[in-house]
Design a binder for this molecule. Structure first.
Ligand code: AHR
Length: 502
């Protein structure tokens, strides 16, 4: 039998408060994320605006707090003017990023209306095009979106039917500008200058905007580290956040490393924090840059890259429609734990993406919408992961991984809500054995276990499909107890666990 994994919680030892925007997501004009994903006029559940009601219900249940839009790589060719005004008059354009045709039937106004339909807790996160465009177009978009009235562009918005300004406060200054695949890709020096000047100008319109500068597209980029330092040397005083992107997949059957993906994510976060603080020290600045992990997920990218060539310029093709397993959901849960464990610096995070495209929700055109396995850890973390993150230092048995060496079997965090309830989020990375867990809960006034929910399956490949949309769902775990200030639980092999204590 495996020895227990242990940790101690104490109210005085904390990481930081969770910014609700840690539970953001991402809608890009890519594949069927927008068209037949969230927007499908004529669908039996669609409202007058063409928004699918079945998808909106699932998005509300998922608990997303911000939605990044409109890309992604798409934004580097985005002309915001194409996406506003009478739908019938909007131009069709080539989308170079995904070799698709963009109809612009869904645009800026529809995006804001979509967010309103999700609910008041969901705020916009809009990206400006710094690939093929620059400062002037960013300012025009900001004026159109946010200025109340009495100027050419704010009056144009009103004439288009949106009298009230959109109030977008969070803006991304481009997307993955370090990537050679990006239309209008730049060197760190070029982008740093452009980001700084765009930020300075946007703050001239509204000093309170919150701005995200592009960091590295992933940690393995040759320019990682130097890119962030160079960009921030230009833009430190002008931006609030630097972005991080990371996608994980099982490569060559190395499941043990895949299950430890969060080891990489946590190191990535810590490296970027160190780089930001190094620039801050050089500038003798008291300001701290926060992190926007605005693309993260499991993505079977190598399969996508190896796919046979498809006909060019289709409209809303089926792209990146990964169908996730129980194993993938456990990794997604672990990535959520990694984000929460760094809540002191990660202010924004976006699960990429929201519907159909590497997404927690899948749809069929004219047909149903359903929850992927990865839906559940996100929904549970968003619902119960609000409050203050407690410092968790695990003492756990380990296992060997080819990529990361010895890794703890237990990955965990805990969040204390305003009402004193504590939720422990825990992943058992063992594929074979259950893991006994003991948590000492000193000084938290906790006396009972409200719930222990687990996502695990005898078949780690189990998935939800159109034919069997409810094959995988979390189940209640019996026998979890709190005795003499110690929580005792048994974590099933390869499982995501949510244990709520009051
Ligand atoms: O999310 C899919 C793509 O991944 C995005 O368009 C891009 O930013 C990233 O490389």
């Amino acid at each position: 039998m495996t020895r227990p994994a242990r940790f101690t919680l104490h109210p005085d030892f904390t990481v930081g408060d969770v910014d609700p925007r840690l539970f953001g997501s991402f809608v890009e004009h890519l594949g069927r994320c927008v068209y037949t994903g969230i927007h499908e006029p004529g669908h039996p559940t669609a409202d007058e605006a063409g928004l699918r009601g079945d998808v909106l219900d699932l998005i509300r249940e998922l608990g997303v707090t911000t939605v990044r839009y409109p890309g992604g790589n798409f934004v580097s060719g985005y002309k915001w003017e194409d996406s506003v005004g009478p739908v019938g008059e909007r131009p069709r354009r080539l989308d170079l990023a995904w070799r698709s045709t963009e109809s612009n039937r869904f645009g800026l106004s529809e995006y804001i209306a979509f967010l309103k339909q999700i609910g008041p807790q969901t705020e916009p996160m809009m990206a400006v095009n710094l690939g093929t465009r620059g400062v002037a177009e960013a300012l025009e978009l900001q004026e159109y979106a946010n200025h109340p009235a009495g100027t050419a562009l704010s009056d144009l918005r009103a004439a288009h039917g949106d009298k009230e300004p959109f109030g977008i406060r969070l803006w991304c200054l481009g997307n993955e500008m370090d990537g050679p695949w990006q239309t209008g890709h730049k060197t760190a020096e070029e982008y740093g200058r452009l980001a700084a000047e765009t930020a300075r100008a946007m703050r001239q319109i509204d000093p309170s905007v919150q701005l995200v500068a592009c960091g590295s597209s992933h940690r393995a980029m040759d320019t990682f580290g130097a890119w962030e330092a160079t960009v921030l040397a230009e833009a430190y005083d002008l931006v609030d956040h630097v972005s991080l992107h990371a996608y994980y997949e099982e490569i060559d059957g190395d499941r043990d490393s895949f299950l430890a993906s969060a080891v990489d994510m946590e190191s990535f976060i810590e490296d970027v924090v160190a780089t930001c603080d190094h620039v801050g020290a050089r500038l003798k600045s008291k300001k701290r840059i926060h992190l926007s992990f605005d693309e993260w997920n499991v993505w079977y990218m190598s399969a996508f890259q190896a796919r046979p060539a498809a006909p060019d310029w289709p409209e809303a093709p089926r792209l990146l429609e990964d169908n996730y397993s129980v194993t993938d959901a456990v990794v997604v849960g672990s990535l959520l734990i990694a984000l929460l464990r760094h809540a002191d610096r990660v202010a924004v995070a976006c699960l990429a993406q929201l519907v159909n495209v590497i997404a927690p929700i899948l749809t069929e055109p004219g047909g149903p919408a359903w929850r992927q396995t990865t839906f559940f850890p996100f929904a549970q973390a968003s619902r119960h992961g609000r409050g203050r993150v407690l410092d968790v230092r695990v003492d756990s048995p380990t296992y060997a991984t080819p990529k990361y060496g010895e890794v703890p079997l237990l990955h965990a965090t805990a969040v204390r809500a305003a009402d004193g309830t504590v939720t422990v989020f825990a992943v058992n990375r063992s594929r074979r054995d259950s893991l006994p867990l003991e948590v000492t809960v000193a000084g938290l006034g906790l006396t009972s276990v409200v719930e222990h929910s687990a996502l695990a399956d005898t078949d780690p490949e189990a998935r939800n499909t159109r034919e069997d949309p409810e094959r995988v769902a979390p189940h209640a775990v019996a026998d979890t107890s709190l005795r003499d200030g110690v929580l005792h639980a048994d974590l099933e092999p390869l499982s995501w666990n949510v244990i709520r204590l009051s």
